[in-house]
Design a protein around this ligand. Structure first.
Ligand code: ADP
Length: 450
């Protein structure tokens, strides 16, 4: 086992990793930008190193600074967390070249799954169903038009290197497709430095259902059930739950078997998530995230398995400690993402947090790096807290979530708490009857009414 791990991240996810390390008796090195000198992950770590100014490209994305920090502190492994360099194959390779361990999959697997076109191709070969669409990147307008007529409008133009819900455009006709194709290309180039785009059928009422995978790279692969992440805004997740209200045990078992078989063939190592759209009883793969997910706590709640601990154990050369039969699902869990944003306009709301009071009681978990007097910087992602509840039933979860949201006090900044409270009062949500477009419709109806 490792003696010291460098955590190449910030905020709640850095704390989450730090907690897993501490339980395993592993010493931790925090890194931080000058904007984060007072951050909780720095305060709680055994050691910390300043790696640069606030701009992420100069600090949290600065590979040389991160490797130097690992070198001077004698860390043996680097956990990249979520976002930043967590899916960067070049970084993973650099870490290995320096004789350190990257806590995650191999650079080769990061590379394949990091590009949506090669990822779709790879999983299709492995027997996983994908969304109907182009086989590779689109090379001409004619090709796009021909394909769109074949799969039927509306179609979605997607950036091969896209992420974070960005780089997607819907076209409802030939004319729209012609107009949007060059636009989508130039945006993809500007955002992701890669102008490759591809086409997919735009599904009208799917749910986003993803499967948590754990592999040890030695043939051991299990799945830890699904998460339903259909509550989204601008293709970004806002609330996640497990199990999905839309799946039954047979459907879960079927997709689980296909996914585990495929990942075993692939030889996948570490935690990973296969993301699907689910419509009319059918699964369609959209992408794989080769890292820990923001919403991993709901899976931890219903399975009792610490995903970060498993990642660390596997990276240290361990085999999976569980078989599929050992994975037991217990009750229901829901996570809400609390962002430092205005709950209606979603405008960022950085600033000093005061007062601060965290909810507690049965079945409540809060993953957050906030504290009273902390100043939320404006340079980073707006996610400041995750409130996760567990109950024996979905209904118990809803009661608990309402109660915990009421208790949560985050003064001084705007947050998405009021939005979650409104969603929780909606019959569709209470009944588990919502798809990926539900929230956009809800917000549009609301602004139309006022
Ligand atoms: P990103 O990497 O940016 O997160 P994804 O491919 O994971 O992109 O898609 C993000 C979200 O966009 C999905 O959860 C879903 O809401 C929407 N989306 C993606 N593909 C489609 C599709 N073919 N039809 C309808 N919605 C889609």
């Amino acid at each position: 086992m490792f003696e010291k791990i460098l955590i190449a991240n910030r905020g709640e996810i850095a704390l989450r990793i730090l907690r897993a390390c501490r339980e395993l008796g592993i010493r931790t090195v925090a890194v931080h930008s000058t904007a984060d000198a007072e951050a909780m992950h720095v305060r709680l770590a055994d050691e910390s190193v300043c790696i640069g100014p606030p701009a992420p490209r100069l600090s949290y994305l600065n590979m040389v600074a991160l490797l130097s920090a690992a070198d001077i502190t004698g860390a043996e492994a680097i956990h990249p967390g979520v976002g930043f360099l967590s899916e960067n194959a070049d970084f993973a390779a650099m870490v290995a070249d320096h004789g350190l361990t990257f806590i995650g999959p191999s650079p080769e697997h990061l590379r394949i799954m990091g590009d949506k076109v090669t990822a779709k191709h790879a999983v299709k070969e492995l027997g996983i169903p994908t969304v109907p669409g182009s086989d590779g990147a689109i090379t001409s307008e004619d090709e796009a038009l021909k394909l769109a007529r074949e799969i039927g409008y509306p179609v979605l133009i997607k950036a091969a290197a896209g992420g974070g819900g960005k780089g997607m455009k819907v076209a409802y006709s030939d004319a729209e497709l012609k107009a949007m194709l060059p636009l989508a290309r130039s945006e993809a180039k500007a955002f992701f430095n890669n102008d490759a785009v591809f086409l997919e059928k735009f599904l009208l009422k799917p749910r986003h259902i993803e499967l948590q995978i754990l592999g040890d790279g030695k043939g051991g692969v299990i799945h830890l059930g699904e998460r339903d992440c259909s509550m989204q805004r601008r293709h970004q997740k806002l609330l996640e739950e497990a199990p999905s209200p839309a799946l039954n045990a047979a459907a879960r078992e079927e997709i689980g078997k296909i996914a585990v078989g495929a990942m075993r063939k692939f030889g996948y190592e570490s935690a990973g998530t296969l993301e699907f759209l689910y419509e009319e009883g059918k699964f369609y793969f959209i992408e794989m995230n080769t890292r820990l997910q923001v919403e991993h706590p709901v899976t931890e709640y219903i399975t009792g398995i610490d995903l970060v601990r498993e990642q660390i154990r596997i990276a240290a050369g361990g085999s999976l400690s569980l078989t599929q039969k050992d994975v037991k699902f217990n009750g229901h869990a829901i996570e809400v993402r609390i962002n430092a944003e205005h709950p209606e306009t979603f405008a960022p709301s950085p600033g000093r947090v005061e007062p601060y009071h965290v909810p507690g009681g049965p079945g409540v978990r809060v993953d957050s790096a906030l504290y009273s007097g902390y100043r939320v910087p404006s340079h980073y992602d707006s996610l400041v807290a995750k409130l996760i509840v567990h109950g024996r039933t979905r209904n118990e979860c809803l009661m608990r979530l309402r109660r915990a949201l009421q208790e949560y006090v985050i003064g001084g900044i705007e947050t998405t708490i009021p939005l979650h409270q409104r969603i929780l009062a909606e019959a569709d949500f209470i009944n588990g009857d919502y798809d990926i477009h539900w929230l956009e419709r809800f917000m549009a109806a609301d602004s139309g009414a006022s």
